[in-house]
Design a protein around this ligand. Structure first.
Ligand code: APR
Length: 253
């Protein structure tokens, strides 16, 4: 028997129909149904091999960039061939339906952009973009190049070591992205703040939800497991992103 379609609670549907601005916050769980493993929890990349965390720190990048790049290549290999799922497409649909929209994602897999999301704050950056640690030149690696990487690539201009244009553990967030978060999510929170598929470990992920709740905005979380945010949000919807986010998108506007 096919699974029944999830039904959203009637008062939530009513509230979603009035929404004219939205902020969506995502983590690895939104890509789980695209076959990209999450970091934590069952089958998570860090559960499988804890040393990945150390490899992905700014300190390791400086002392042993080959090790960091092996771990980055490993992330890319786990995401190889992944395509956006129904949740990514539904988030892009929400953007088209409302007057004002922002997507804050921690993901570096590029699947939101591939699904058509436009106003994206990729707060952890991208693993396909590179920056030379010697001359600062910026570049791009193809998915195939990244999947084949087992050592730090070199700058074509000066021969220096490249780094991924991503935020590693222990590194600062990019200031201009933090300023955008402040402007687009915190100063005047959108009418809907929807958080999907993140274990919400970082304060800059939790804060916009707390601020929205305090400002009496509609706050919704989609996750198969409860998180620190579940008791805070107006609606915790227990279930998968690809099942529930399209239902939410359908009711908006
Ligand atoms: N739909 C929705 N949520 C899901 C699904 C699914 N199908 N499958 C798993 N989840 C949830 C898990 O219950 C968990 O809460 O996704 C979350 C994944 O958590 P993490 O693996 O911790 O991923 P994330 O929150 O994105 O991690 C934050 O940590 O290491 C860093 O830079 C990395 O950006 C990452 C950050």
């Amino acid at each position: 028997m096919a699974d029944a379609k999830p039904t959203l609670p009637a008062p939530l549907v009513e509230a979603l129909r009035r929404v004219r601005s939205a902020g969506v916050i995502t983590g690895a769980g939104v890509s789980a149904e695209s076959g990209v493993p999450t970091y934590r929890g069952k089958g998570g990349l860090y559960e499988e091999d804890e040393s990945r965390i150390e490899a992905l720190t700014g300190t390791t990048l400086r002392s042993d960039p080959d090790r960091t790049w092996r771990a980055v290549g490993d992330l890319a290999r786990h995401a190889a061939g992944a395509v956006p799922n129904a949740a990514h497409f539904a988030i892009a649909e929400i953007e088209r339906k409302v007057a004002r929209f922002v997507l804050l994602t921690q993901n570096v897999d590029g699947l939101h952009q591939a699904a058509g999301s436009r106003n994206v704050i990729d707060i952890h950056g991208s693993i396909t973009r590179t920056r030379c640690m010697a001359c600062g030149a910026e570049g791009e690696l193809s998915r195939e190049e990244l999947e084949a990487i087992h050592a730090a690539p070199r700058c074509a201009g000066c021969g220096g070591t490249l780094r991924p244009a991503a935020v590693l553990f222990g590194e600062m967030l990019p200031v201009e992205k933090v300023a955008r978060m402040q402007r687009e999510l915190l100063d005047d929170p959108p009418e809907l703040v929807l958080v999907v598929g993140t274990s919400a470990l970082f304060p800059y992920i939790v804060e916009p939800v707390l601020v929205a709740r305090r400002a009496r905005r509609l706050t919704v979380e989609v996750n198969p497991e409860p998180t620190v945010l579940s008791p805070v949000v107006g609606w915790f919807l227990e279930g998968s992103a690809a099942a529930l986010v399209p239902e939410i998108a359908r009711e908006i506007g």
